[in-house]
Design a protein around this ligand. Structure first.
Ligand code: LUZ
Ligand code: MOS
Length: 759
């Protein structure tokens, strides 16, 4: 089944925030943001800006009626800088003007006097100063310290992994409109309409029921709008509150890149211990997370790093520690994988380190340590594992040994072009790690013409959730898909939503939709029972718009049935609630059962490095992926392809650069390189895992959004293997992304050293 949005997307008819028809009297907003990363805010001078043409109002912290606070997890993030500025890009003032150009022009005339304070951008330095966002988090399984004593091999090292710009095609933005009796309606490009509602309520001091948030769809988000859409909505709403006029703000790309946080960079120290059979016996890891200037979502991101610190492996003795370190960068935030990929990169680095020293293939160590059914994760959950089955099926179909052999032969014949191959198993836990967030609601109406309207808490952002929700309703009612319409995500129709995140939106909201539809269907079957003279409602089925009695067709159709239901005053609307069963987690003991299930997979990644220039191509990604029972293969395959490319971008070319002053240097697409058609893998091929296992997912179809990103980690190690094939004396540091510059330096690192030594 096609994505329900495909036609309107192709015709340019789909509505995004910037396409909403303007209401008369709309004002346009522009932020004046700090040009200093850390300092005391002495004064703000807005006199020139106020005289600028078209300016209606300039707002700063002192004008707020509500609280100057937007921190969702911790109250450490002012909407407007007041006493201090904490990062370059922090909003200081908001200009409202009659046109967008006037607002932007006036913002340039604002001046702020800032007394500089020390700027910290490195998480290890922040840690040394004791500047942590939250107390450290720990996972402990077995006794690693004791186990290291008996290990045949022990290796220690460091791994660094950089951040990533979300680069959603649609930038952040919001549009707020005054409603009667002092209320505000906010259109927002957000993954979390309720988060926006709560945030607007806080800064305006209006109760939540006075605030309506509506979301049609987003042009991408990737986690960047789970929390960080709030600020723009809050700014617009404050503008509306203070002027009684509609206020719109759609960020320009450079504003967005400068002012918003990104994937959290990490620095980590690892220690891995193996026995003589290459079984990993002990693993110790310390993560230093670069949180940026405030908590944002960094604490739960940090937790997910711990949850995935052993990836798809079983390690009996694990000690993992994680520090969330405060720096003077824009607050970092959720990004596809939510800290999990960073944790996985570190254990993959540790395995590659061990393999290099022991002169074996990393795949040998990976293979011997895959987690099995009944093994315990470091957080106490018992695995129902597909790690071995995906590994085996990937290798049966694609034959890793053959690729390795071809690469070895190629490398023997070619001096300045080298190939590398790597395997990347993944294991990703599905559910919000904060158990209460695993709930959702759906509102379903059957109208008297037989058409069906569905609303849920899920936000469409190109991932196809609306299509999947429509499929659920179409399936339960046995109607063609064009009889179902999934409507905007709106806080008046669906309250207290969890953000569309954690790969779980189709699952949670799909389940709620299923329950609502089944409830209505049951009532209609009771109506049909009498109309077709069946003995019980259980004898009635509805298939393809017609009623069947004991499996035999009748001439009662869906529309007639619905009309009869209405005449009999049967309720044909339902609001249903779903909460994932069986989840619990206790940070006191750092154990429990946080995930409904895990998604597994194994990818084989091949790369070719040009050893004169340091540039490379990713030749192929071939994977066996665990979809469960895919509800929509074209959508799910799209998620896999996009995830792989995004993961490769993060690991190989996307380089977020802040200078020592905390200024973003990679602040545009000319200086921040993302994968284009030339840098995507030449082939991406995957097979769905064949398994009959039951899981908790909607229609047994496992979550698909985040997990495939982690296959991209394999590209890092494929390139590293190619670099080593050129120069086996060098051991490239584990420092992602592996940009062409770094590749080149590593290809010749040994020669550089000799040159320096005068040899
Ligand atoms: N967001 C969140 C997430 O709030 N909690 C999570 O566990 C999560 N996991 C993945 C992506 N977003
Ligand atoms: Mo996300 S990282 O699932 O918002």
């Amino acid at each position: 089944m096609k994505n329900v949005d495909s036609k309107s997307h192709v015709r340019g008819e789909s509505i995004y925030l910037d396409d909403i028809p303007l209401v008369q009297g709309t004002l346009f907003a522009c932020v004046y943001d700090s040009t200093v990363a850390h300092g005391k805010l002495k004064s703000i001078d807005t006199t020139e800006a106020e005289k600028s043409e078209g300016v209606v109002k300039i707002i700063t912290a002192k004008d707020l009626i509500g609280e100057n606070q937007i921190g969702g997890i911790l109250p450490d993030e002012p909407l407007f800088a007041d006493a201090e500025v904490h990062f370059q890009g922090m909003p200081v003032a908001l200009v409202l003007a009659e046109t967008e150009e006037q607002a932007r022009h006036a913002a340039k005339k604002i001046m702020a006097e800032i007394e500089p304070l020390e700027i910290v951008t490195d998480p290890r330095i922040a840690f040394a100063k004791g500047d942590l966002i939250v107390p450290p988090k720990h996972f402990k399984l077995g006794d690693a310290e004791e186990a290291f004593k008996d290990c045949e091999y022990v290796f220690e090292g460091r791994a660094d992994v950089n951040g990533q710009e979300h680069l959603y095609i649609e930038t952040q933005g919001a549009y707020s409109i005054p409603t009667e009796q002092g209320g505000i309606k906010v259109y927002s490009s957000t993954q979390g309409p309720t988060a926006v509602q709560r945030c607007v309520s806080r800064v305006t001091a209006l109760p939540m029921h006075q605030i309506e948030v509506d979301v049609t769809r987003l042009g991408g988000a990737f986690g960047g709008k789970e929390d960080q859409a709030n600020a723009w909505a809050a700014l617009c709403a404050v503008g509306t509150q203070l002027t009684k006029r509609p206020v719109k703000y759609a960020l320009h790309r450079m504003e967005d890149m400068r002012m918003t946080g990104k994937r959290n960079p990490y620095s980590a120290d690892y220690k891995i211990g193996l026995d003589k059979d290459l079984k990993i016996v002990a693993y110790e890891v310390v993560f230093y997370q670069n949180a940026g200037a405030s908590a944002d979502l960094s604490p739960p991101v940090l937790e997910r790093t711990l949850f995935h610190c052993t990836n798809a492996y079983f390690v009996p003795n694990v000690t993992a520690t994680a520090y969330s370190c405060r720096t003077n960068l824009p607050p970092n935030t959720a990004f596809r994988g939510f800290g999990g990929p960073q944790g996985m990169f570190v254990i993959e680095s540790a395995i590659a380190h061990a393999a290099e020293k022991l002169n074996v293939s990393a795949s040998e160590i990976q293979n011997k340590n895959l987690i099995n059914d009944g093994d315990k994760f470091p957080y106490g959950q018992i695995a129902e594992s597909e790690a071995v089955t995906t590994w085996t099926q990937a290798n049966e179909k694609f034959d890793f040994a053959q690729f390795q052999k071809e690469a070895d032969e190629f490398n023997q014949q070619n001096k300045f072009v080298k190939k590398g191959v790597a395997l990347m198993p993944i294991c990703f836990g599905i559910s919000f790690t904060k158990t209460p967030m695993n709930q959702a609601r759906a509102l379903v109406h059957v109208y008297t013409d037989g058409s069906v309207a569905v609303s849920t808490g899920a936000v469409e952002m190109g991932q196809g959730v609306n299509t999947k929700i429509a499929q659920v309703a179409a399936c339960v009612f046995s109607l063609p898909i064009d009889r179902i319409k999934v409507h905007t995500t709106n806080t008046l129709r669906i309250a207290n939503t969890s953000p569309t995140a954690a790969s779980a939106a189709a699952d949670l909201n799909g389940h709620a939709t299923q329950i609502a539809c089944e409830t209505i269907l049951k009532r209609l079957k009771d109506v049909a029972k009498d109309l077709v003279e069946a003995q019980s409602a259980d004898d009635v089925t509805i298939e393809n718009g017609f009623v069947f009695r004991n499996g035999e067709s009748t001439d009662l159709d869906w529309v007639t049935l619905v009309n009869e239901g209405h005449m009999q005053r049967v309720n044909m609307s339902e609001h249903a609630h779903y909460a994932t069963a069986g989840l619990h987690f206790d940070w006191g003991t750092a154990s429990g059962h946080p995930f409904a299930y895990h998604v597994y997979g194994t990818a084989i990644v091949g790369a070719t490095v040009d050893c004169l220039r340091g540039i490379y191509t990713i030749d192929f990604v071939k994977a066996c992926h665990d979809f469960g029972n895919s509800m929509n293969t074209s959508i799910d395959y799209g998620q896999i392809e996009g995830g792989i490319v995004q993961g490769i971008g993060w690991m190989t070319m996307e380089e977020v650069v802040y200078d020592a002053q905390g200024k973003l240097r990679s602040n545009a697409l000319s200086t921040y390189k993302i994968p284009d058609i030339y840098s995507v893998p030449k082939t991406i091929e995957f097979i769905p895992l064949e398994t009959m296992r039951e899981n908790l997912a909607i229609f047994n179809s496992k979550a698909v959004g985040e997990p495939p990103l982690m296959y991209g980690i394999g590209a890092y190690f494929a390139i590293r293997n190619a670099v080593k094939a050129f120069n086996n004396e060098n051991s490239p540091a584990f420092d992602a992304p592996f940009t062409p510059e770094k590749v080149l330096m590593n290809l010749y690192a040994v020669d550089f050293k000799k040159m320096k030594a005068g040899k």
